[in-house]
Design a binder for this molecule. Structure first.
Ligand code: CU
Length: 176
């Protein structure tokens, strides 16, 4: 409750001309930003479209395990190194505090990526090209992905997820 109540009927007083101009300008800026959001999604390169499916930890882990078993070529620092065939489904799992597996992909080939978290909210951030996706638990984010440059890429988590957040670094290698 206010110690200085406004005058009775203040709500129905007319808006001053200057205030109307400000409201108009603010509306134009809002609509401009809204249009930019759509244009950025279509023409920007950081947030391509993806499809999201409902899943659960059990279901995703089963798909993930089958994927790793089928295409595993080695191990590195306790991570499975997986080299999937082009034009296949690729699974990447986020959990405290790791992105797995280490992926080896072929330049110019297309892959259907599945991203999911099995515990908390994580952020998939592919560096240094700066592609970013939110990864929620119980959701499978599917995007078709064609690496266009060979090299070694880092996958870092860009959503703070606890004490080991800074250690959550995965690896994708793109071969010629
Ligand atoms: Cu994190």
């Amino acid at each position: 409750m206010s110690a200085i109540p406004p005058k009775e009927g203040w709500y129905y007083t007319k808006i001053a001309k200057e205030e109307k101009i400000w409201i108009g300008l603010a509306l134009v800026v809002c609509l401009g930003l809204f249009a930019t959001m759509i244009l950025w999604h279509v023409y920007g390169k950081q947030n391509p479209s993806f499809t999201t499916y409902k899943t659960n930890v059990h279901e995703f882990n089963a798909l993930y395990d089958a994927f790793v078993e089928k295409y595993k070529v080695g191990e590195e620092h306790g991570f499975a190194v997986v080299k999937p065939d082009p034009n296949t489904d690729v699974f990447m799992r986020a959990q405290i505090w790791r992105w797995e597996p280490v992926l080896i992909l072929k330049k110019g080939e297309s892959y259907r990526f599945h991203l999911a978290s099995t515990d908390f909210l994580h952020g998939f951030s592919l560096q240094p090209i700066n592609m970013n996706f939110m990864v929620y638990p119980n959701h499978d984010y599917v995007l078709t992905f064609t690496p266009t440059e060979a090299g070694e890429y880092k996958v870092i988590c860009n959503e703070f997820c606890g004490v080991g957040h800074h250690l959550m670094v995965g690896k994708i290698v793109v071969e010629e």
